[in-house]
Write a protein that binds this ligand. Structure first.
Ligand SMILES: Nc1ncnc2c1ncn2[C@@H]1O[C@H](COP(=O)(O)OP(=O)(O)OP(=O)(O)O)[C@@H](O)[C@H]1O
Ligand SMILES: Cc1ncc(CO)c(N)n1
Length: 277
């Protein structure tokens, strides 16, 4: 008998250039060895240079996609990415409360690398009130953490204080990603539900090919939780994965290029091809 394949879900937007959003999530899920389902809340005309257009999907279609997944698949963990507007945030919150999808990783996507808004200003309150309290882990980058907390970050001490403020808003566990800071090392900070914390330090890769790094790390954590890892282990494994996808980069597009999601997949062991034996 075949054991049931671990199944996960992403609820997010598409990126026509294939590097971020749903594309990054599904590639990450596959590379991490889990089965990925996808609920699409928005379609973006986007490339490595910027976001040219955003089209939101109607609320009832978002609800129906979530119900279709819920009535058939056994989702062990799920994540949200770009949610676009307040109606969609509310729709997703209402729909996921009716499901048993396991651990919820909330990636509070707000602004794309090129500067385009992926979450309306008026939707920020809805994310804080409706989604933060439901999440197992929230994964803001520095600007997103500043918006959620209403405080600014310039030092490592600020990072810790901001994470504590976000926890007081109702978030259980926080991964505050440090990619947007400066310096030769990147420091991600994790504050856990029990009040313990740790830093993940890695060397910064000098590259512009960082499109979808946030999507990728949150998808990898989702996958590792579905595979049964404890949260701390899942975060560490996911960080190692995103680091490899940046380090072993590929060359696509003219701007912030995508990651190499297959960085850790070993080349196949090819057979020798013989005319005769
Ligand atoms: N140049 C880099 N070199 C090494 N690691 C990086 C680099 N940039 C980002 N990271 C890592 O990638 C992960 C995502 O961090 P970041 O702060 O860039 O998220 P993000 O802004 O949400 O990403 P995006 O908006 O592209 O999806 C973190 O673990 C961070 O440490
Ligand atoms: C659709 C989409 N989701 C998330 C991001 C952030 O990486 C992006 N650029 N586009």
């Amino acid at each position: 008998m075949i054991n049931e394949t671990p199944q996960v879900l992403t609820i997010a937007g598409t990126d026509s250039s294939g590097g971020a959003g749903i594309s990054a999530d599904l590639k990450t899920f596959a590379a991490q060895g889990v089965y990925g389902a996808n609920v699409i809340v928005s379609v973006t005309a986007q490339n490595t240079i910027g976001v040219q257009q955003v089209q939101m999907i109607p609320a009832n279609m978002v609800t129906n996609q979530i119900e279709s997944v819920g009535t058939d698949l056994k989702i062990r963990a799920f994540k949200t990415g770009m949610l676009g507007d307040a109606v969609t945030v509310q729709t997703v919150a209402d729909a996921i409360k009716k499901q048993q999808f396991g651990d919820f990783i909330l990636d509070p996507v707000m602004i794309a690398k090129g500067g385009a808004r992926l979450l309306a200003e008026e939707a920020i309150d809805a994310v804080k009130k409706e989604l933060l309290p439901l999440a197992t882990l929230v994964t803001p980058n520095i600007p997103e953490a500043e918006v959620l907390s209403g405080r600014t970050i310039s030092t490592h001490e600020d990072v810790q204080k901001v994470a504590q403020t976000i926890q007081k808003l109702g978030a259980k566990n926080i991964l505050l990603k440090g990619g947007h800071a400066e310096g030769q090392a990147v420091y991600d900070y994790v504050l856990l539900e029990d009040g313990t914390h740790f830093w993940l330090k890695s060397m910064r890769v000098n590259t512009v090919r960082t499109h979808g790094t946030g999507d990728t790390i949150s998808a990898a954590i989702t996958a590792q939780l579905a595979l049964g890892k404890a949260l701390k282990t899942a975060i560490i494994l996911a960080k190692s994965y995103v680091d490899a996808t940046i380090r072993e980069g590929i060359s696509v597009g003219h701007g912030h290029g995508p990651l190499n999601h297959l960085a850790m997949v070993k080349p196949l062991n090819s057979p020798e091809v013989l005319d005769d034996i």
